[in-house]
Design a protein around this ligand. Structure first.
Ligand code: ADP
Ligand code: MG
Length: 613
């Protein structure tokens, strides 16, 4: 019999372990910053090139390592942080597995320079794919510098799997934020491709939040504070009116470690109940301190999930303390969302006669797929006469309804069921809105149901995409410049798409570090939509976005279309309904929304007939 089992060589074992620890450049950033914190550093400087794909360099002024430790730290399960199993239940450090450096050294070119305070000389080690290439004494300041170059150089599949620099950098910034928020007393710097993204001086939590998320954040913060024998709660919640449509700033820290916990998240959301709309997400920076032995942080390899001993009690206390804080500090009136809604949708023009917008003669109804520009505003439904002449081939589909109209006229005596309301004596409406969601229109061959939200998304998407690429959009001037504040990384994102935004009609008078001034906006927008639109756009770009070119344009058009499209639940008058249908059928691809949902369905006459057999 032949024995088949062998122990894996260390470098292979390390590479396998690396798969767990290092998913992407941001995992390296997280591990290295955490090591620097564990080493009691007061200043940590991170330099990144190509979103960490080429270089991640981190310098700290912590306790450093001896020559022996410098060599040992790259071994698997080499850690100075725990010695025996019991220590696992009394952790005061971020690391304890002794896996990070071994894993990183297995899949990158690594250099380590380190010196302890009392040593005269430091140590400089070069290591590649777990092999030590050089080790020599060096003159160094106290602390540690680690350079991680060419991540995944020996695992092409992994390297190819990395996302665009924008996405990878987003992940790095997220990790950076998390550690920086948990340690406001530590000074942090982050530089990407020679641009300084963050210079965060040692300060308190409030100032740290403001330094990261921008000056405007100050007025949004409501302090939260509660101390019980089980848990100490501190931090800030954002005032309800600053809730976002996408999950924005939501941070939980347990014993200064960033965690995710949907149960506790729910406790926070519950505290906002009645103060915030259902689809709006509150922001928060909540710090929990518990006895280390009462949590198990060991359940997830990337360590963002935590199990609490007293989860139910913590839930109740968290909810109560946030509720209390919001009640106490939230003196600003809560937004009237009903009222807001009218601003959200340019389609809701029910009170149109009372509004006198400044007269701007712009072509709001420019249809990219017709040669002649239309003189009617796309949201100006007053000119119903024009609208008939505008109808595309699609109108032919209606013709069969003429006989229906005649029939209706002949049946004066039959009770009006209200299904086909008349707007004036002469015309019978050709469409009907159902549940403030669908537009029903009779066809020769059956009945068409148009989904108002998806249809409008398609219309706006094609229009925006055309504007971005052909650069023909027309702007409307704002009477006063609109100044919007964003954090620096968000401003970087905006800068990236500035040209595209200008193509769709934005005019910027200033693009500062944390602020943009807008003097012109696309004609399809109203001013009150701008802040949300840009916020959502930035979020979408941060989530998953291609570098540039068509895909970026496509994504921008999609993001804006989704944001601006008339939602379900909004009532549309007949002119608006018909205009929607006409514009939909003027699209290149009328049948699906930009997110691949059907925009309309036709129920054939046969299907109806079958129901009456
Ligand atoms: P862990 O952090 O789980 O102990 P790591 O592989 O991240 O494992 O690090 C191994 C050891 O190397 C640490 O326990 C620590 O003693 C030492 N070390 C790593 N980074 C630093 C640093 N920046 N300063 C001082 N010592 C460090
Ligand atoms: Mg570590």
């Amino acid at each position: 019999m032949v024995d088949k089992i062998q122990l894996l060589p260390d470098h292979v074992a390390n590479q396998i372990a690396a798969g767990e620890v290092v998913q992407r450049p941001s995992s390296v950033v997280k591990e290295l910053i955490e090591n620097a914190i564990d080493a009691q550093s007061t200043t940590i400087t991170l330099i990144v090139k190509d979103a960490g794909k080429t270089l991640i360099q981190i310098t700290d002024n912590g306790i450093g390592m001896s020559t022996t430790d410098a060599r040992l730290c790259f071994e698997r399960h080499a850690t100075s942080k725990i010695r025996k199993a019991e220590d696992l239940f009394n952790l005061h450090t971020k690391g304890f597995r002794g896996e990070a450096l071994a894993s990183i050294a297995a899949i990158a070119h690594v250099e380590l320079k380190t010196k302890q305070a009392d040593d005269e000389l430091g140590t400089h080690i070069t290591i590649e794919g777990s092999k030590v290439l050089a080790q020599e004494p060096a003159v160094l300041p106290q602390g540690t510098t680690i350079l991680v170059k060419n991540l995944f150089y020996n695992i092409p599949a992994r390297r190819n799997f990395l996302k665009s620099n924008t996405v990878e950098m987003r992940h790095i910034i997220d990790e950076f934020h998390r550690v920086a928020l948990a340690h406001p007393d530590v000074e942090f710097n982050l530089t990407h491709n020679d641009n300084s993204l963050f210079k965060l001086p040692s300060t308190n939590l409030r100032q740290r939040i403001i330094h990261i998320f921008g000056k405007k954040t100050d007025e949004k913060l409501v302090p939260v504070s509660e101390e019980t024998p089980i848990v100490k709660i501190s931090g800030f919640a954002l005032k309800p009116e600053y809730g976002k449509k996408s999950r924005g700033e939501q941070f939980f820290f347990v014993n200064k470690r960033f965690i995710r916990n949907s149960y506790l998240h729910h406790a926070v959301v519950a505290a906002y109940e009645g103060l915030i709309k259902n689809d709006v997400h509150p922001g928060y920076f909540i710090f929990l301190e518990v006895q280390p032995e009462s949590i198990d942080i060991n359940i997830h390899p990337t360590k963002t999930e935590v199990k609490f001993e007293d989860e139910h009690a913590i839930y109740a206390m968290l909810r109560a303390s946030i509720k209390h804080s919001l009640g106490q500090f939230n003196i600003a009136p809560v937004l009237d969302f009903q009222h807001q809604k009218e601003f959200d949708t340019p389609y809701d023009y029910s009170k149109k006669s009372t509004v006198t917008p400044p007269a701007i003669n712009v072509d709001r109804n420019f249809n990219p797929f017709q040669n002649e520009p239309k003189p009617v505003s796309k949201f100006d439904f007053s000119n119903t006469g024009k609208f008939r002449t505008q109808t595309a081939n699609w109108e032919a589909l209606y013709t069969a309804t003429d006989s229906l109209e005649k029939e209706a006229e002949n049946k004066e005596a039959t009770p009006d069921l209200g299904l086909y309301p008349k707007t004036d004596e002469n015309s019978v409406n050709r469409s009907l809105q159902f549940q403030n969601k669908y537009i029903l229109a009779p066809l020769k061959s059956g009945l068409m149901l148009v989904h108002q939200n998806y249809a409008h998304q398609r219309i706006l998407y094609e229009e925006l995409l055309k504007n971005i690429t052909v650069k023909e959009a027309i702007s409307q001037q704002l009477l006063f410049p609109l100044n919007l504040h964003f954090s620096r990384p968000d401003m970087e994102v905006l800068q990236k798409v500035r040209e595209q935004l200008e193509n769709v009609g934005f005019i910027f008078s200033e693009f500062a570090e944390e602020q943009v001034s807008i003097v012109g906006i696309p004609v399809m927008l109203v001013e009150s939509q701008i802040a949300t639109l840009l916020e959502e756009l930035i979020n979408d770009i941060k989530e998953d976005i291609p570098e540039e070119g068509f895909q970026l344009n496509d994504m921008l058009a999609k993001s804006m279309a989704l944001n601006l499209a008339v939602k379900t639940g909004i009532s549309l008058n007949n002119t608006e309904q018909e205009d929607m249908i006409n514009r939909l059928f003027a699209c290149k691809e009328p049948s699906i929304s930009p997110t691949k949902k059907p925009t309309f369905k036709i129920i054939s006459l046969d299907e109806f007939d079958k129901k009456f057999i």
